[in-house]
Design a protein around this ligand. Structure first.
Ligand code: TSJ
Length: 647
């Protein structure tokens, strides 16, 4: 009898669990952010984070990911294996809760530093809910367990023992549901970067990535973790110092920092983490780091009388500095802030990191006099440049005539309005498309700047060389807000800078060259959302009616194309556009320039690590990498990591 009652409750519980997963399927965006490529890869992170947690707790030092030809993916580890025993409250195997209940992941995880999976992760159940099928094999306590789900989390094959073993570990394979996602194609680069980032943070764990579609293989294993992180990020820069590395504890907070100065870099780049979770929006640990570094350098300057009467600011001191900060904070002290919970709030982290880095870096500067002098010299250069730029700007402001004398290139077709933020600057590939754009533009608010040929690769060149380049000198002048450290977003003359190229390999290359320039010299322009890529349509579907009226529809991808064919009806014809040049001014205006009907892609920096390396791939000598990147990303349907979101 008791058994029967249990069975009835069990069934009721099952329905309850399925309701939870149904909620995920109804609103996937709430759980994984989006249903585009970024959301798709989120499914993988939810799973692999569990293996990372297990390795962090000291169980298993090998984690592998395999992308299969059928669109499924496997994550495997050599940890203790997900517990399979019956849970007393629910009378169900723990493993069923992991895959059936939202947020069940951390429940029986006792590791002292809660990390990715336990913190932000919504858990493996979300991946299950959004998969056509999901298969789990656990090696544990001498047995091999198996369970399989289908159709977004329904049990297909209940938990069973399928053999014996002397190994331990967990293997999960799943196939994302194509009715949920706009793309179900896993990207090698995206998974590669994520896994490499994990490997940097979790040194001495082997990570393997295999792609059975292309037979690519990669192992990540770092003895030195953060040092190798910096080495990778700065691989295309000219280093001014060695990679400086410190680690230690301040009470129960574990701190690890790696940093390096590079020449001809106007930016400071900080990657910060708390318990291996990326804190994109910084927080108390970054604040502490900045305070400590500034104090150490200013004190060194004072003690050695290196800059009489000069008061260096933090920005001067951190120009060209790349840093990685990784903290391990006990769970009870861990606080996150902000809408996306990507800012560390733990108050104690500020003083802990500030005191730590102040002490260590001061000692380093004293012990390495020669390097210290090089650093100080760069800081003073930054300070001087900043002051000179400010002075020049003040003069220009106080002297209206001087302001009018800024010579605009004769290549530029300006906009008439002085309502700058409403204005748009189109940087157009080729004089011919430039001419068409000029005719098709809205002359009040749209300006056209044609580019001839490929722009200069601005990664790792000197400022002198940059300014000698007519194309970039023109762009800097036209935008009107300076560049480098003196770039001032408040002075921009356009609310939108729109890169308009053909939708082909050359066009993609030109986009990257321009984006590299903006990334290196006007980064704020990107971070504040002013840079866009115009997406011209790939097809025109049309039919000439009896009265010579042309009925037409444009298509940006294959789905659009099918819709357009249906809408136009039998007898349709198709133009496949290979370039901007194939459109006349009316068509170009309608499809690509007119805010009412165009498609624009806003450029965002989702992941600076990704961008730094991407620039290396695209500008580097290894053309096979470049070809692969272009193949994976040049299709506008798929461009959503480097370039994001349609607007
Ligand atoms: F996401 C997931 F749940 F599906 C998943 C979990 C996927 C993969 C590939 C691995 C894992 C996973 C879970 N690997 N290792 C573990 N470990 C545990 O769940 C575990 C084992 C033992 C104990 C214990 O206290 O004895 C605790 C935990 C959390």
């Amino acid at each position: 009898m008791a058994e029967n009652i249990d069975k009835i409750n069990y069934a009721a519980d099952d329905i309850e669990l399925l309701r939870g997963l149904e909620a995920v399927r109804k609103r996937p965006g709430m759980y994984i952010g989006s249903t585009n490529s970024s959301g798709l890869h989120h499914l993988v992170w939810e799973i692999v984070d569990n293996s990372i947690d297990e390795a962090m707790s000291g169980f298993g030092n090998k984690i592998s990911i395999t992308i299969h030809k059928d669109g499924s993916i496997t994550v495997s580890d050599e940890g203790r294996g997900i517990p399979t025993g019956i849970q007393s409250q629910t009378h169900k195997p723990a493993i069923e809760l992991v895959f059936g209940e939202l947020h069940a992941g951390g429940k029986f995880n006792n590791s002292s530093y809660k990390s990715a999976a336990g913190l932000h992760g919504v858990g493996a159940s979300v991946t299950n809910a959004l998969s056509s099928w999901l298969d789990v094999i656990v090696h544990r306590e001498g047995k091999i367990f198996h369970i399989r789900y289908k159709d977004g989390g329904k049990i297909d094959i209940p938990l069973e023992v399928i053999g014996t073993t002397n190994k331990h570990g967990t293997t999960v394979t799943f196939k994302p549901d194509p009715t949920i996602f706009s793309t179900v194609e896993f990207k090698w680069d995206t998974i590669y970067n994520h896994l490499q980032e994990s490997a940097f943070l979790l040194r001495k764990v082997h990570f393997y990535l295999k792609d059975e579609r292309s037979n690519l293989n990669q192992e990540f294993y770092y003895e030195d973790g953060l040092k190798e992180y910096i080495l990778t990020v700065n691989q295309n820069k000219r280093p001014l110092t060695d990679i400086i590395y410190f680690n230690g504890n301040v009470s129960d907070i574990e701190i690890e920092i790696a940093m390096q100065y590079c020449y001809s870099d106007y930016n400071e780049t900080i990657f910060s983490y708390a318990n291996n979770v990326r804190t994109r929006d910084g927080g108390t640990h970054e604040t502490g780091f900045k305070l400590g570094v500034t104090r150490a350098v200013n004190e060194f300057i004072d003690n050695n009388k290196l800059a009489k009467g000069k008061k260096l600011e933090g920005g001067d001191i951190r120009e060209g500095l790349t840093s990685v900060i990784s903290l391990k904070i006990p769970e009870k002290k861990l606080e996150f802030e902000g809408q996306t919970k990507s800012k560390l709030g733990t108050p104690e982290a500020t003083s802990a990191v500030s005191n730590f880095i102040y002490e260590k870096f001061s000692y380093y500067l004293t012990e390495n006099k020669e390097i210290a002098l090089n650093i100080i010299s760069k800081c003073i250069d930054s300070y001087n440049t900043r002051l000179a730029a400010r002075k020049a700007k003040e003069e220009a402001r106080s002297n209206k005539k001087a302001k009018q004398e800024i010579i605009l290139s004769d290549k530029l077709t300006p906009a008439q309005s002085k309502d700058y933020l409403k204005n748009e600057l189109f940087i157009v590939e080729g004089d011919s498309a430039g001419g068409t754009a000029k005719k098709g533009r809205d002359r009040i608010h749209q300006a056209i700047l044609p580019l001839r040929g490929k722009p200069l690769n601005t990664d790792s060149i000197t400022v002198e060389k940059l300014l000698q380049n007519e194309e970039f000198a023109t762009i800097i002048n036209t935008i009107g807000a300076g560049f480098g450290q003196s770039f001032d977003i408040d002075d921009i003359k356009y609310g939108k800078i729109i890169i308009m190229t053909d939708a082909d390999t050359d066009g993609a290359h030109i986009q990257t060259l321009l984006l590299t320039f903006f990334y290196n010299y006007m980064r704020n322009l990107i971070t504040t959302g002013h840079v866009y890529v115009a997406a011209p349509p790939l097809y025109r579907v049309y039919k000439e009616e009896k009265n010579h009226k042309v009925n037409e529809k444009y298509a940006w991808n294959d789905q659009d194309l099918e819709k357009a064919k249906k809408a136009i009806g039998p007898g349709y014809k198709i133009n496949r556009y290979k370039g901007l040049g194939e459109m006349n001014e009316v068509q170009l205006k309608k499809t690509t320039m007119d805010p009412a009907s165009r498609l624009l892609i806003q450029v965002r920096i989702d992941d600076p690590l990704f961008v730094e390396k991407q620039v290396g791939i695209l500008m580097g000598k290894d053309t096979s990498n470049r070809r692969r990147w272009v193949e994976e990303n040049v299709d506008f349907n798929k461009v959503d990591t480097f370039i994001n979101e349609v607007k």
